[in-house]
Design a protein around this ligand. Sequence first.
Ligand code: UDP
Length: 275
Amino acid sequence: MIGVETRYYMNVRVDNLLLDTALEQVESLIEQSKEDGVPRQVFFTNVHSIHLARKDTEFRRYLDKADLVLPDGSGLKIAGKVLEMPILENLNGTDFTPKVCRMAETGKWSVYLLGAREDVVKRCSEKLKERFPNLSLIGYHNGYFSKNEEDEIVEEINKKKPDILLVALGQPYQEKWIARNANRLNTHICLAVGGLFDFLAGAMKRAPLWMRKLGIEWFHRFLQDPKSKWDRILIEIPVFLSLVLQEKVISLTSKRNLNQLRWIFNGQRDRYIRS
Ligand code: UDP
């Protein structure tokens, strides 16, 4: 992919690219899928996914196999700076997906929403229609279903043939759901969008701009839902930071060792030439 550099942070994949390139990628993935009939998979990596992927090899494999994995959140920016592998742009799903919807409106791609509570996904679809009046929003289904209901849901999606399927079931279920069902879905691209429907529906408030600019939106999320998000603050962030530091030390040590080896090799060579 031109303009896309795949990198690994703590062994977890992130595609490093600018917003415009990412949107072009989405368009080209849809075009490719129209040709070969294979739905493309777009995921987002953040501190939480790195935490999950380190324990869950199936999830990590799905991230590796996806067609595009976008960097989400300030944690990755920090890791990028410390490890001297800078992230070009924070392409979190909450800001990125509405841009895809804007493209869908002009490109005439239809959209289906899968995930979140029934009242939330309904409200989210109303809000999307207000915001993008020409968007072809062809259906939605809540994300609280059993394994037995899955075939019926896939059948309903396939009847509607959406170009874009937005899946919001939380990580890692949404990525696993997409990966497991991709080969029987009649769609061109699936995006795993986490808490997006809650934000668009207004069930969850977005952090004020100053917090987003400071890169502490995660703290605002925690304040709204401390019961289910406490471990992300108290466990995942400290573990993540210590892993970043660990990787930094390893890279510094291996650089130093390499320099020492070079120094020894050059010394031996010079001695040999002189003799
Ligand atoms: N969700 C769902 N079905 C489930 C569990 C969660 O549809 O069985 C929805 C939930 O209502 C929310 C979204 O998945 O809208 C996940 O939000 P979260 O903020 O936890 O996303 P994450 O940060 O884990 O991706």
